[in-house]
Design a protein around this ligand. Structure first.
Ligand code: ATP
Length: 345
């Protein structure tokens, strides 16, 4: 396994841009980022924001109109895919149906001497827990198992970097969560750097060390999942990473006056502020006041309720533990229990 230990970034991307047709807007608009060795980055954003185009440029399947891509500080922008030492796991796994799992894996190991091929391939299958299945064909496996073979095959080529394009989208919810966890552990164990493309915020936050949020071809924020969730760079990021309440406030130091009363701020500020207050930071208490917030909708989600509330013509959302039950149309007092984040202008 290729444990890479370098202080320099594994990958550096500078001003990467792509326009498919003259008349179209930029599909990818001047993206810059660095990826450390062994780091897992998720590129997250809605459909059409340029995630796959970015991945395809990194892999070498698409040529950028501008910008450079460096691997270990070597400029690889003009190199064909096979010269980049980057592995890709596609959405549909792309296993060879007429080959056994073992053969699917050995096929990727061009660098290994013939006599060592089987043993080495079995080591990769062991890593993904599939040694007992080595003689089976892909159609004899579950979706999650096929996903793991695709991963073993990619890792067997010992790439510097693995690119994953929505790799869990064909799996059901339960399998998705376990496969995601297992794959993350495998990558960490192998010290492999990974870039994952997804439109699923929960997937990005649980799988990656860093999350890059894309909006209309631009990388609008790149940070740890906690930072991106707690201190979103703009209203788009705040809304894309789960539910939020966007509020206008008048700030004085660490306090802002808002339609929900006084709210603590994550940073001091003076004057008008746009704020994001997460729904789990809004507490509801029963209240008889007819002017108080009205419960207009309620979704039971197993471990919690998502409430929609209305007060003074404005709507708010709140998430409470599932033992906090409020009738529709009943009145509740709203109070923030944690600070709101200031959204930069
Ligand atoms: P999704 O999550 O739906 O896969 P995405 O974020 O990966 O979306 P891209 O597939 O990178 O987005 O597409 C970015 C933009 O480029 C979109 O407007 C898309 O229509 C356009 N685009 C993608 N591929 C091509 C192509 N081969 N020719 C022309 N336009 C393209």
């Amino acid at each position: 396994m290729n444990k890479i230990k370098h202080s320099q970034p594994l990958m550096r991307v500078e001003g990467l841009s792509k326009r498919y047709n003259e008349a179209d807007a930029l599909a990818v608009n001047h993206i810059n980022f660095e990826l450390a060795a062994g780091e897992i980055l998720a590129l997250l954003g809605p459909s059409g924001c340029g995630k796959t185009t970015t991945l395809r440029m990194l892999a070498g399947f698409e040529q950028p109109n501008a910008g450079r891509i460096y691997l270990h500080e070597q400029d690889v922008t003009d190199l064909p895919p096979q010269k980049r030492n980057i592995g890709i796991v596609f959405q549909d796994y792309a296993l060879f149906p007429h080959m056994t799992l073992l053969r699917n894996v050995t096929f990727a190991m061009r660098h290994v001497p013939k006599e060592a091929l089987t043993d080495k391939a079995m080591e990769w299958l062991k890593l993904v827990g599939l040694t007992d299945y080595a003689k089976r064909y892909p159609h004899e496996l579950s979706g999650g198992q096929q996903q793991r073979v695709a991963l073993a095959r990619t890792l067997a080529a010992e790439p510097k970097l693995v690119l994953l394009d929505e790799p869990f989208s064909n799996l059901d919810a339960a399998l998705r969560e376990t496969t995601r966890k297992e794959m993350r552990e495998l990558f960490k164990q192998a010290g492999t750097s990974v870039i994952l493309v997804t439109h699923d915020q929960a997937e990005a936050m649980t799988f990656a060390d860093k999350v890059g949020v894309m909006q209309q071809g631009q990388l609008v924020q790149l940070d740890t999942p906690q930072q991106v969730y707690q201190n979103p760079a703009n209203a788009f990021v705040a809304k894309f990473l789960g539910h939020t309440n966007l509020l206008l406030g008048q700030a004085q130091g660490y306090l802002a006056q808002t339609p929900l009363g006084s709210i603590n701020l994550n940073n001091p500020h003076e004057g008008e502020v746009h704020l994001s207050l997460r729904p789990e930071n809004l507490a509801l208490t029963p209240c008889d006041d007819p002017q108080a917030a009205k419960v207009v909708d309620r979704q039971f989600r197993g471990h919690d309720y998502l409430y929609l509330l209305e007060q003074d013509g404005l709507q708010y959302c709140a998430i409470t533990p599932s033992y906090n039950y409020f009738e529709l149309n009943s009145r509740v007092a709203l109070k923030s229990t944690h600070c709101a984040s200031i959204l930069p202008d």
